[in-house]
Design a protein around this ligand. Structure first.
Ligand code: 57M
Length: 357
């Protein structure tokens, strides 16, 4: 909004020319998102506590989690507010990619809110059935993917390291994009099982894609790096900046020992946003590396369930893999910080592939 209100003033007042620059607006998007999360965080935690919107904790999990019972949850509403408001404030709202990701965030946020509402407020431990949750996710991701193809979005699949190698997916782009978005959403959801364990890598991944969308949306940089040029996708730097800022702000309260959990209303849209950003920036496969922690967590569950069904035995003491380390006796902060460090290494490796083509 500020872009539309203040940039035109540069004709008479040159100082407003600064609003043209994505870098300037991204920095202030990060800071605005952090400010919103810092300022509203304590108020929201008091509100959630007042209305006893506390986390139910399953009995069959690691015993040390039982002390977490009643921790205020659904803090994800704060994260979403701290992402959407700075984006509306600082981004060019005529940009279709900004709306593609905002609609994805809103849709997955609604699915997550519904699940949390049933679990936490209506005290139904099952929450939304897995089937309804999945259908809701596929519906939102499907709408967004069909819109992209219908609006002429490039449906070539780019492959990291292999410059110039493109696979034309055609209409298959739609199920592929749905798979990326829904997969990322559920992977972040599974990861969010220790204090700050999900929001840390989300911040790292959002920061990595901030750079990727900026380079992909810049004709000269894209040509130099021989990566796909997607005109206009650079505007998503502002939304990625808001994700980084919102994650930093939320982590202030979600760090061990957590005063608040994000709930599915946070984890589902955060993962879906990363998936959507990966799709529109044409760096979907790179998300496997950038979001490697989420991939490891999801694979640990898939492997555990499959192996258990086949043999009746477990690969891990418990899945997702963060519970395995808990049952091995690692303290929670040790697991969390080590996962963050791995996330940083994976992000650096992913960025290095932009040069290695
Ligand atoms: C998401 N949710 C946390 C919190 C957070 C198929 C199976 C693997 C599914 C999986 C599952 O239910 N995943 C759902 C994980 C939960 O966190 C809430 O959920 C939101 C995120 N979606 O925002 O609201 C618990 O995680 C802990 N937590 C923290 N700090 C945080 O900042 O400590 C969360 C955020 C919270 C809190 O204790 O209650 C969760 O773990 O449910 N199931 C599992 O993950 C279960 N694993 C399992 O069943 N493994 C089996 C098979 C099926 C693979 C096995 O290994 O044999 C574990 N989770 C729980 N209990 N809670 C173990 C059993």
């Amino acid at each position: 909004m500020l872009y539309h209100l203040l940039y035109p003033l540069h004709v008479d007042y040159p100082v407003f020319n600064v609003f043209k620059y994505i870098t300037f607006r991204t920095i202030y998007s990060v800071l605005t998102a952090m400010a919103i999360a810092f300022i509203l965080g304590p108020w929201l935690i008091r509100l959630l506590s007042h209305y006893q919107i506390g986390q139910p904790v399953r009995d069959d999990g690691p015993q040390r989690h039982l002390v977490k019972r009643g921790t205020p949850t659904m803090g994800g509403v704060l994260i979403l507010f701290a992402i959407v408001m700075p984006t509306l404030l600082w981004a060019d709202l005529r940009n279709p990619y900004v709306w593609v990701v905002l609609v994805t965030v809103a849709g997955f946020g609604a699915v997550g809110f519904w699940d949390d509402y049933l679990k936490v407020i209506r005290k139904n431990p099952k929450g939304l059935s897995a089937r309804r949750k999945f259908l809701g996710q596929v519906a939102v991701a499907g709408v967004v993917s069909v819109y992209l193809v219908a609006s002429g979005f490039d449906t070539h699949l780019t492959i990291p390291f292999l410059k110039g190698q493109h696979v034309e997916l055609g209409w298959l782009f739609i199920p592929f994009a749905v798979l990326v978005i829904v997969g990322a959403s559920n992977a972040v959801n599974l990861t969010d099982g220790l204090d700050g364990l999900a929001i840390g890598p989300v911040m790292i991944a959002a920061g990595t894609y901030l750079l990727i969308v900026y380079l992909t949306g810049h004709a000269k940089f894209a040509a130099y790096l021989q990566i796909p040029y997607v005109a206009g996708v650079g505007e998503l730097s502002i939304l990625c900046g808001a994700m980084v800022g919102a994650a930093m702000g939320f982590l202030w309260f979600n760090t061990y020992p957590a005063s608040v959990f994000m709930g599915d209303v946070g984890s589902l849209p955060l993962g879906a946003a990363l998936g959507a950003i990966a799709v529109v920036s044409k760096h979907e496969l790179l998300l496997v590396l950038v979001g490697g922690i989420f991939v490891i967590e999801a694979i640990s569950v898939i492997g555990q369930v499959a192996y258990f069904k086949m043999t009746g035995k477990r690969i891990f003491l418990m899945a997702p893999i963060h519970h395995h380390f808990e049952l091995k006796g690692w303290q929670e902060p040790k697991i969390i910080v080590r996962f963050w460090l791995i996330a940083i290494v994976l992000a650096l490796l992913a960025l290095s592939t932009l040069k290695l083509r």
